[in-house]
Write a protein that binds this ligand. Structure first.
Ligand SMILES: Nc1ncnc2c1ncn2[C@@H]1O[C@H](COP(=O)(O)OP(=O)(O)O)[C@@H](O)[C@H]1O
Ligand SMILES: [Mg+2]
Length: 248
């Protein structure tokens, strides 16, 4: 479904993504594991196309030069130069790192806001489908988002991306800032997502422990380069991963 070929991203002269290639097949949950500043967000921005907007803005400001080499192929089509809005229409939706919810609005209202570009009937159907995927969120639909727990808020954030009906959902560090218990809530939601929808997921994380048991395959990224890849099980059994992420 998604293929990244020899991607390189430079911020001025600093290399943030270095000759990175990976694939995501339809129906998979693929993890991208890497520590702080490994390049996870840069990759997500390249995949969603946001980096194209960043590049244009920086150029206008006379700021740093952002350069991108390599190719991003989605369902057989080269989308490397495709605008983010066009990528959304093709089904690539990014749930950004630390994406906030509207705390004074209810769960349903937040979901409506996320679908504001769609027709009313479509929004209603999309919201119903989000509640089918995340029944726990359905139970909280009238609650103000500000009163949800951290894990529930993150589930809502993912729900807001689901309203747009992605084929490929990109989740950038969905566990960031959550307690281990809340991380579990979110990972369970991601399992439900897999079971209750046909959506393909690429998620980035620094925390390998809650993520590896859930993903089909994973890639480990260090300094913008892939260092390891394999099934979730293989990665869990890997001695380097054990010492770096599990402290054993
Ligand atoms: N807008 C930017 N300008 C310059 N350097 C950046 C910018 N965004 C990210 N970087 C650099 O690129 C590298 C990867 O960052 P990032 O993709 O945010 O990593 P992660 O999301 O894995 O923490 C880091 O060295 C970071 O300093
Ligand atoms: Mg990041």
């Amino acid at each position: 479904m998604l293929e990244v070929r020899n991607l390189m991203v430079f911020f001025e002269n600093a290399l943030a993504i270095n000759d990175l290639s990976l694939q995501v097949h339809a129906g998979e949950i693929v993890g991208l594991i890497g520590s702080n500043s490994a390049g996870k967000t840069t990759l997500m921005n390249a995949l969603s196309g946001l980096i194209i907007d960043m590049r244009i803005k920086e150029k206008r400001r006379g700021g740093e030069r952002i350069t991108l080499y390599g190719n991003i192929i989605f369902n057989g089509e080269d989308i490397t130069a495709t605008k983010p809005s066009e990528r959304v229409k093709k089904g690539i939706v990014l749930c950004r790192e630390r994406h906030p919810v509207f705390p004074e609005s209810s769960v349903v209202e937040n979901l409506k806001i996320a679908g504001y570009l769609k027709k009313r009937q479509q929004i209603r159907e999309s919201i119903e489908s989000v509640f089918d995927i995340f029944p726990a969120l359905g139970k909280l639909k009238s609650r103000k988002a500000g009163f949800l727990s951290g894990g529930e808020q993150q589930m809502l954030t993912i729900g807001m991306a689901l309203v747009v009906r992605p084929k490929l959902l990109l989740l950038d560090e969905p566990l960031l800032g959550l307690s281990p218990m809340m991380q579990q809530v979110v990972m369970e939601a991601i399992v439900e997502l897999k079971q209750n929808s046909g959506i393909t997921v690429l998620l980035s994380e620094q925390f390998a422990r809650p993520v590896l048991p859930v993903i089909d395959r994973g890639y480990v990224v260090e300094n913008g380069m892939l260092s390891l890849s394999g099934s979730g099980q293989e990665l869990m059994a890997n001695p380097e991963i054990k010492s770096a992420y599990f402290g054993i």
